[in-house]
Design a protein around this ligand. Structure first.
Ligand code: GDP
Length: 493
């Protein structure tokens, strides 16, 4: 920017331009910035999307001239996975924390409809992690490992036909989230004329489908020319190889075929050098900046709006909150420049109130529900208790009745026993008297008769009769006799 232009702008901003009378030193600010950045180190994250075996790992190795030891993936993955690996690289005194994210199993499934979804989720997750760090009260963005994807190298098969639906769909879903640089992989497998036609076809397809790919910036005059030229070469046709061969007296990276050698770094053979120049040497910082200022900003805005944050109030006025206690009037003047901060504060307060209100409502709801449940349980328990009590009463009554019945039976039995004993005693007495009045001869006779079975039967019959048909008179006679016998015994004593 010319100095007259700077002076005009300063005047517009109500600043008075002054010329210095000597060297002050703030012209070293850019150097300070460079030193600080160099000390801090840089980070760069590359996402490689492409079918398994298309040459992603080989190209990354070739780009950074390093073997990253990425495992070879199979074609039998049930779904698309993302594998991130971070490496610390150093060139001169510049340290680079490089993360390479590879899509494992991309394009290997029969149903490829949702193949792009895990990629979208991954990119969003990195934005979310950064946003969460930003929203923390104690932030440590200075040493935060930023994992946001700065560039996506999209590998297109060198078919010579057109873009596959999967490629179109994936790029369409990613173009607002990441800087996409499309590359035609294994460009050594397609002829020069076919390649030119293929490039034109791809670009027109991308344009007609509204897919936004990354354009090298042309606003910086130092690089605008080269960037503009390079934009015309997109998509780059690349060849990757870590094999070194001697061409002339130089060792070069190349791929050897029966019919010749393809040199990776020969611009007549492929666009590998163009890609490396654009990606690493010229536009790495722009890719990082675009990621932060465009893609992350979009994510952040959508996310905050989704959370209910607004910069303007209902009548499109900037949202304000009353100044905090202790703020002086002079400080009020800076309040308008913090409209967004205040709006965040206000939204936060509103959200906080809303949240607490909701929390209280939920708590009350839960309490009511709890009370209701307890009441229901109590009623059930009471009912069960009533049933148990009724059962108990019923059993008690049955038991009482049973006891009474048994008591009656016992009494009857006792009466029977008393009667039986009495009858027994009377019979014994009668027998004794009968023996006493019978002469000895007849005793003998009786003995003989007793042996006679007929007589025994007669006796048994007598016994039975004695038990069954003793009448009351006989009974009382016996009792009288018994009483006499007892009194006679007592008199003898
Ligand atoms: P990835 O699965 O996409 O990472 O693919 P790889 O990088 O593992 O490469 C798969 C195969 O393709 C290997 O045999 C590589 O040697 C070969 N390959 C890689 N790049 C190229 C290339 O540019 N041209 C040709 N013809 N083959 C390549």
């Amino acid at each position: 920017m010319a100095s007259s232009e700077v002076a005009r702008q300063l005047q517009n901003d109500n600043c008075r331009p002054l010329s210095l009378s000597g060297h002050v030193g703030f012209d070293s600010l850019p150097d300070q910035l460079v030193n600080k950045s160099v000390n801090q180190g840089f980070c760069f994250n590359i996402l490689c999307i492409g079918e398994t075996g298309i040459g992603k790992s080989t190209l990354i190795d070739t780009l950074f001239n390093t073997s990253f030891d990425d495992r070879v993936s199979t074609h039998f993955q049930p779904n698309v996975r993302l594998r991130a690996q971070t490496y610390e690289l150093q060139e001169s005194n510049v340290r680079l924390k490089l993360t390479i994210v590879n899509t494992v199993g991309f394009g290997d499934q029969i149903n490829k409809e949702d193949s792009y979804q895990p990629i979208v989720d991954y990119i969003d997750a990195q934005f979310e992690a950064y946003l969460q760090e930003e929203l923390k009260i104690k932030r440590s963005l200075y040493n935060y490992h930023d994992t946001r994807i700065h560039v996506c190298l999209y590998f297109i098969s060198p078919t010579g036909h057109s873009l596959k639906t999967l490629d179109l769909l994936t790029m369409k879903n990613l173009d607002s989230k990441v800087n996409i640089i499309p590359v035609i992989a294994k460009a050594d497998t397609i002829s020069k004329t076919e390649l030119q036609k293929f490039k034109i076809k791809l670009m027109s397809e991308l344009v007609s489908n509204g897919v936004q790919i990354y354009q090298f910036p042309t606003d910086d005059e130092t690089i605008s020319k080269i960037n503009a030229t390079m934009n015309g070469h997109l998509p780059f046709a690349v060849v990757g190889s870590m094999e070194e061969m001697k061409i002339g007296n130089k060792m070069v990276k190349a791929r050897q075929y029966p019919w010749g050698i393809v040199q990776v770094e020969n611009e007549n053979h492929c666009d590998f050098v163009k890609l490396r120049e654009m990606l690493i040497c010229t536009n790495m910082e722009d890719l990082r900046e675009q990621t932060h200022a465009r893609h992350y900003e979009l994510y952040r805005r959508c996310k905050l709006e989704e959370m209910g944050f607004r910069d303007t109030g209902p009548e499109n006025k900037p949202v304000r909150v009353p100044l905090l206690k202790g703020y002086t009037d002079s400080k009020k003047s800076i309040s308008h420049s913090h409209a967004s901060v205040e709006s965040l504060q206000e939204t936060y307060e509103a959200k906080r109130h809303e949240f607490f209100g909701e929390l209280q409502r939920k708590e009350e709801e839960m309490r009511q529900m709890f009370v209701q449940r307890v009441k229901e349980k109590e009623a059930i328990l009471k009912e069960a208790e009533r049933e148990l009590q009724a059962k108990f009463e019923h059993l008690k009554r049955l038991h009482q009745e049973e006891r009474m019945k048994l008591e009656e039976k016992r009494k009857l039995l006792e009466d029977d026993m008393i009667a039986f004993n009495k009858r027994k005693a009377a019979t014994e007495l009668l027998q004794a008297q009968a023996f006493a009045s019978t002469p000895s001869v007849s005793l003998k006779k009786d003995k003989d008769r007793k042996k006679d079975p007929g007589f025994r039967l007669e006796l048994l019959c007598f016994d039975v009769r004695d038990h069954e048909i003793v009448n009351v008179q006989e009974q009382s006679e016996r009792e009288k006799l018994e009483r006499d016998r007892i009194s006679h015994r007592e008199f003898q004593k």
